[in-house]
Every structure is written in structure tokens, then in C-alpha cells.
Design a protein around this ligand. Structure first.
Ligand code: PLP
Length: 442
């Protein structure tokens, strides 16, 4: 297929299972700990805020987990998603590299997040839960869960990081259009939110704070559960539908990637595209798996690999992960979905043992790559996803320097249609870079 640009699968080729890497890991993962007893967590500890089906998936040793029929029915609204060969970007870079991107922005919410939102809403509905509470950064996750809840006839409450609540009014309106209620976080709705507001009334908020509010909401209402948009094993698991489709599509293209790239907030879209390839790597494939984060919130490249809380108010279990500390409030970069102090324990474990790589980029370099992508491939990407674009461009330029072909696959995790104010600021020269050290000195 010499000039094919788009590699598409039929609905029949939609994967019927999620790939679970837990049983294949070479090194055992450190267990999550109970925040009070510091003992390994039991399923019963999680039961107040999660349904048992998801708790089982969190710890499952089954290599494949069937996607329920009702979830597949909803996936079919936008899945399988297309894989593109970025021929125009390749030409602009004058590179011998072949660049492929998996486009998750075709979902109704505009990102990869509904892949797990739909699954989580389904299992909660099955367990008799009426309402889900969650946090959201840039609003992608909140809108995905609002969508999933409305499709299953459930209520939804979203605590949106305050800086993004004001930066992204249309994400907020999308969430309310799908029938969810939404509060800027820190809010006065929870003890956790009120405590932060008392200390710093102008707090821009953070994912860590918003998680505390949503967990508290769920834990204090019997008909309500908590839903997390990233980080946990079951979330990474649901996202493997991305990488499983990619494998079929790369086979249609007659290639297999030398490097697989995803941007990294909590780790779920990176995990989604990378974990099916990790299974090959564990069996000797040389494929490189590359996670990209912002220099403003360099969890993987500058954080410590240690037990830490997933939230600011210390309500969650202790997770062994790369972390900048659960009280770290990242600078107000426009990639709001990457402003998280921690990282998926599974991805952290893989980084610690050398199975994956991580790299950090500055905001202005990321927007420059986003503009080049928009002008060549057409899609205006989400600022989060643009971190992966910048890495793909750098990998393609490295291939050019070496004078060798390199096959690059990256996850275009979402479109930027609700992020236009960040493009406006970039074009007006108003965006700035943020380093990690400057934050530490403040
Ligand atoms: C478009 C997009 N990509 C990536 C992310 C980062 O999350 P994760 O690392 O869980 O994929 C977000 C989070 O909101 C997002 O909205």
C-alpha cells in the first residue's frame, strides 16, 4: 500500500479483550499500602469507593480480560479509531523516518478518556451505583465521564482544577451539556477543598486537590463511587484497546514501530498505546517505549520513586510511584491534563526497571511542534498530546541525522478544539516556559 494515509479497521475488528500485562512482568510490583496501617491494601479497603469488578481488574492475573458487550456497543460509536501515516509532516521534516499516529480525538469527548470512562460507568452501574464523582484537569476526563454516565443513565459530579475551569469554559459547558454537575476545585463543597481555601484562597488547584474532593464526596455518600481517569492499573488496562488496534493497523501498513510514544499525565494514554508492545519487548523485541511529560511537572524525569499519596489531602492509598510530592502544585501550563504530581505505579515500575524511557519538554517547544503538526497534518492537537508530537518530531530528526529509517508511532490522545485560548496565547507570544527549579525556589 504505497500511498495509504489512513489505516482503518472494521467494527468487527474491534478488540474483544483488554491486554493485562501484570502476569507477564519480570519483576514484581510493590503493592499499594493502606494509608493508616501501611499494610498492603485488600480488596475490602477499596470497596467503599470502587465496585468489586474494577477492584478485581486492579489486581487481576488474567492476561486478557473480556470487554463486556454493552461496553463494546458504546465503543462502536467511535472505535476502531484511525491510524494515520503522517506523510506531510515527514515531508516537512525531510526525514527518512516513517511517522504514524493513532488518533483518539475522534471520540465524542475528543480524547482517549472515554475508553475507560465507559467501562468504569458500566461496572459501577452493574454494582447498583447511582452517581460517580471525579476530578478533572483540562476537562477531558470530566467530559468523558459525563458522557459515559449519561449513556448509562447515571449522575455525575466533576471537581475541575480551578485554573482549567477558567481557562477552558467550553469543556465545562460540555460537561454540563451531558448532564453532570461541576465545581471549580478547590471548592467549598468538601472538607478537603475548604481546608485548602482557608490556607490559600487563590489556589489555582491541582489534580491532587481535586482527587481529594472527589474521593471524599464518594466516601461520604453510599450511592456514590469514585472514578479515576488515569494512574490505576484498571484504567491503564482499559486503554490497551488503543495499542491492540495499533498492532492490527501497523500490520496493514506492513511495518512495526521502532519507538512508541505517548504523552504522560497520570500515564493512561501512554500505557494504552505502549503496553501491548511491552508484551513484545518482554519477549525480546527491541521496540522503545517513550513517555513524554512537561518540564513544569517532571514526575518521571525528576521525581523520586517512592510511596506517596495520590492526592493532596492524604485520603488515597499509598502508591509506589515516581512522585514530586503530593503537595506539589504544578505551574499553570496549558497542558492541564499533565499537571499531576504522581505517575501510574505500573508505568513507574516499568521505568524503574528500564522497560520504558521518559523525557520532558518545555511548553514553547511543545506548541511549536503542535503548530507544525496542525499546518502539515491538519489536526489541531490538544496541548497534552502535543508533547508526544514534539517527541515524534525529535525522533524523526534524529533519524535524519543518522541517515537511517526509523518507524515512529505516537498516540495523538486528543484534539485541541477546546484549547484554542492556549493557541491564542501562544500566537500572541504570551506563553512562557516553566522549569522545575524555579518552582522549587518560590
Ligand atoms: C488529551 C489528553 N491527553 C493526555 C492526558 C494525560 O492523561 P493520561 O496520562 O492519563 O493519558 C490528558 C489528561 O487529561 C488529556 O486530556
Amino acid at each position: 500500500m504505497p500511498d495509504t494515509t489512513k489505516f482503518v479497521l472494521t467494527e468487527k475488528q474491534l478488540p474483544s479483550y483488554w491486554a493485562n500485562v501484570l502476569p507477564s512482568l519480570k519483576e514484581p510490583m510493590a503493592p499499594p499500602l493502606h494509608p493508616g496501617t501501611k499494610q498492603p491494601l485488600t480488596p475490602a479497603d477499596l470497596a467503599p469507593i470502587f465496585p468489586m469488578a474494577l477492584i478485581e481488574q486492579e489486581m487481576s492475573m488474567q492476561p486478557q480480560i473480556d470487554v463486556p458487550g454493552e461496553v463494546l456497543d458504546i465503543y462502536r460509536l467511535w472505535r476502531p479509531t484511525p491510524l494515520f501515516r503522517a506523510r506531510r509532516l515527514e515531508r516537512a521534516l525531510d526525514t527518512p523516518a516513517h511517522i504514524y499516529y493513532k488518533y483518539e480525538g475522534v471520540s465524542p469527548a475528543g480524547s482517549h478518556k472515554p475508553n475507560t470512562a465507559v467501562a468504569q460507568a458500566y461496572y459501577n452501574k452493574q454494582a447498583g451505583i447511582k452517581r460517580l464523582a471525579t476530578e478533572t484537569g483540562a476537562g477531558q476526563w470530566g467530559s468523558a465521564l459525563a458522557l459515559a454516565c449519561t449513556l448509562f443513565g447515571m449522575d455525575c459530579t466533576v471537581y475541575m482544577v480551578k485554573v482549567s475551569y477558567h481557562q477552558k469554559p467550553y469543556r465545562r459547558l460540555m460537561i454540563t451539556s451531558w448532564g453532570a454537575e461541576i465545581f471549580p476545585s478547590p471548592s467549598d463543597k468538601t472538607n478537603s477543598g475548604r481546608a485548602i481555601l482557608e490556607q490559600s484562597p487563590d489556589s489555582p488547584g491541582s489534580l491532587g486537590i481535586a482527587i481529594s474532593e472527589a474521593v471524599e464526596d464518594a466516601a461520604t455518600h453510599p450511592d456514590t463511587n469514585y472514578s479515576l481517569g488515569s494512574v490505576l492499573n484498571h484504567v491503564c488496562l482499559h486503554q490497551t484497546v488503543i495499542g491492540l488496534e495499533c498492532k492490527e493497523q501497523m500490520a496493514l501498513a506492513g511495518e512495526s514501530p521502532d519507538v512508541v510514544i505517548g504523552c504522560f499525565g497520570g500515564g493512561s494514554n501512554f500505557a494504552g498505546i505502549a503496553l501491548p508492545y511491552l508484551l513484545d519487548k518482554l519477549n525480546g523485541s527491541p521496540v522503545r517505549l517513550l513517555a513524554i511529560e512537561p518540564t513544569a511537572c517532571p514526575t518521571l524525569t525528576r521525581g523520586n520513586f517512592d510511596y506517596d499519596f495520590g492526592d493532596t489531602a492524604e485520603l488515597t492509598p499509598l502508591l509506589k510511584m515516581y512522585t514530586l510530592g503530593h503537595r506539589f502544585v504544578p505551574p499553570k501550563i496549558h497542558a492541564g491534563g499533565l499537571r499531576y504530581h504522581g505517575a501510574a505505579p505500573l508505568c513507574s515500575h516499568l521505568l524503574h526497571h528500564g522497560w520504558i524511557e521518559a523525557r520532558a519538554y518545555q511548553q514553547l517547544d511543545v506548541f511549536e511542534a503542535a503548530m507544525q503538526f496542525a499546518k502539515t497534518e491538519g489536526v489541531i492537537p490538544a496541548p497534552e498530546s502535543s508533547h508526544a508530537i514534539k517527541a515524534a518530531v525529535d525522533e524523526a530528526l534524529a533519524a535524519k541525522q543518522e541517515g537511517r529509517k526509523r518507524t515512529i508511532l505516537f498516540n495523538l490522545s486528543g484534539h485541541g478544539h477546546f484549547d484554542m485560548s492556549s493557541y491564542e496565547n501562544y500566537l500572541a507570544g504570551k506563553l512562557e516556559n516553566f522549569g522545575f527549579e524555579s518552582e522549587l525556589k518560590q
